[in-house]
Ligand binder design. Sequence first.
Ligand SMILES: [Zn+2]
Length: 411
Amino acid sequence: MKFSVEKVVGGGRLGTILPSGPHGSTALETPMCTLYTRGGSAPHLGVDMLKRVSNVPDIAAMSLGSLAPHHENIRDFGKGIGEFAALKSSLIFTTLHDASAAVTSGKNDRNGVAVWGKGGKFKMDPSLFVKVQEALRPDWFQALSDGDTDKHTAKKRLAKAVNNTLDFLDGILELTKNNKILKDASLIGAIEGGFDEEERKRSAKETAARPVHGFLIEGFEKGHSGVDLFSIDSFTKLLEKTVSFLPEDKPRIMETVWSPLQIVKAFNLGIDVFSSSYPYLLTERGQALVADYTIPSSSPAARLENKGSPNGALSTTSGFYVNLKDKCYFEDFSPVLTECDCYCCATFTRSYIHHLLNTSELLAYVLLMIHNFHQYFHFFNCLRRSAREGTLEDLQASLEAQMNSKPSSET
Ligand SMILES: [Zn+2]
């Protein structure tokens, strides 16, 4: 892949990624997110329902937990996971872990890394890892990495995580030399080091010295299972430092479950590519994204519409989303978000989705997923426009005001 930076805004980069291989003409504009998938498809949406969502990213992130144990089937199919999962026109980015799920700790060592799916643990060394990638045939693939660290991890273990990850990377580079199946696949190196500046520096510099095409920064937390659980404010300086050791001409990726406000902050620190697991986790909780990204904020309506019940039922509601399970939506016949032009908002009311949620109808999650994806993808358009037009500070201020507009924000 080729990454070119067109404009630097603060520390953020407006850029373009041109992939290698058959999707070479698909230019990806950054900052961007990937399409979050589970088991190879967009959660709750089949290929046909996904067509009802606008601005779907051209690249889908697929985690290995649910795919690697079945790699022999996919290898026999012979055309890679994109075609296997009927996402032929999409680029595929294979990541190690599901961005929305907690990963069981303590299973990695110098011989390999464990990923987790429904069938349990699947442990890979570099050799098996490369076999899995040959079967999946991704456009980008995250190198095997030991990201099983957090802010409580001891320095000795952090050093081990960095060493293991570099050894895995060297093994993969050796095994994929002259590899015909993976010749167009871009290898993404993982940056480790937890909360230790020296280890972060060593990991960044050593990884950057190897022929990788981009960087995935992880190892701040063992698994990402909560919305904004992992706030960028807790490691802003460390992330800034880490990024400073990475070259300018390669994209930087983070797979965290982040709200639009966290994304703006991370973009300002130089992160280019994000996950879209945030709208998925909101959907699982019966919540709808209603943040307003217009500058100046032309629709305080988005917030004013978020009628919470007066008896304190706001506990699962922040300024960015509403909890449609709340009984205050029983007779609310307005769309989820008046300004939204998604299929869900054009067709159904809050009251109907509240009803579907309360009767445990799967359609509730289909409709919420359509709306939440639509709004999150729309946000990235707004973020790029805002960076281009020099209104990023206004966007951040508006999002901060929205977040603080609720007494029990979860961020
Ligand atoms: Zn909508």
